[in-house]
Design a protein around this ligand. Structure first.
Ligand SMILES: CC(C)(COP(=O)(O)OP(=O)(O)OC[C@H]1O[C@@H](n2cnc3c(N)ncnc32)[C@H](O)[C@@H]1OP(=O)(O)O)[C@@H](O)C(=O)NCCC(=O)NCCS
Length: 175
């Protein structure tokens, strides 16, 4: 995951009362690529992904993708997503995003747990990811979910006004 500096600041919890308690988390497929690309580009405006890039990822070998949706006045609304990949017995979260106005309501946690459960069921023994050092919301989320620091890439993320940032490599066992 390589969120830009602006993206890294985007972790604040939303203050809306938009209900997400009934949010559904479902496996996503290639047909969900446009929705997931739109979510990715909303959450990470400096790291835009095209629909075909997302579709290739989702349809690629070892892909794990989940989409969280809620109902707003009866209409199904996409709220959050996660993309991950398994290779041999290692899994990696590639990107995770929750729309700003529904943050702090448990969706990020549910999505990471969904990936962990599916990766474990498919034989993965470790789950890896990468997070910007200044992304405190995401780092707290992962710490809460028993991820530990296993490495650091200094000044990995570009300087976009607040100086370059380190990438922290995190992992957790899936047994
Ligand atoms: C990081 C992100 C995915 C968290 O999703 P979320 O749905 O808001 O998180 P949750 O409501 O599931 O929170 C779970 C835990 O994360 C931590 N957390 C979440 N938001 C936080 C914040 N703003 N500040 C501090 N800790 C936070 C807390 O430990 C929280 O546990 P608690 O509710 O028991 O306090 C979301 O803020 C986001 O999409 N940020 C922008 C994109 C991004 O940074 N993605 C990850 C890149 S590695």
């Amino acid at each position: 995951m390589t969120p830009s500096s602006d993206d890294r600041d985007a972790g604040n919890a939303g203050d809306s009362d938009r209900p997400v308690s009934d949010a559904a988390i479902q496996p996503a497929g290639g047909l969900d690529a446009p929705v997931i690309a739109a979510l990715q580009n909303d959450v990470f405006p400096k790291q835009r992904w095209g629909e075909s890039e997302v579709a290739q990822l989702i349809d690629g070998p070892g892909a794990i993708a989940f989409l969280a949706t809620g109902r707003d006045f009866g209409e199904v609304m996409p709220l959050a997503f996660v993309l991950a990949r398994i290779a041999a017995d290692e899994a990696e979260i590639l990107t995770l995003g929750v729309l700003q106005d529904v943050r702090g309501k448990g969706l990020g946690r549910r999505l990471v747990e969904a990936v962990a459960d599916k990766a474990r069921a498919q034989g993965a023994r470790r789950l890896h990811l990468e997070v910007a050092a200044r992304n405190t919301a995401a780092r707290d989320l992962y710490a809460n979910l028993q991820f530990s620091e296993v490495g650091r890439r200094e000044a990995y993320y570009d300087d976009r006004g607040d100086g370059p940032d380190d990438a922290i490599l995190l992992a957790r066992d899936l047994r």
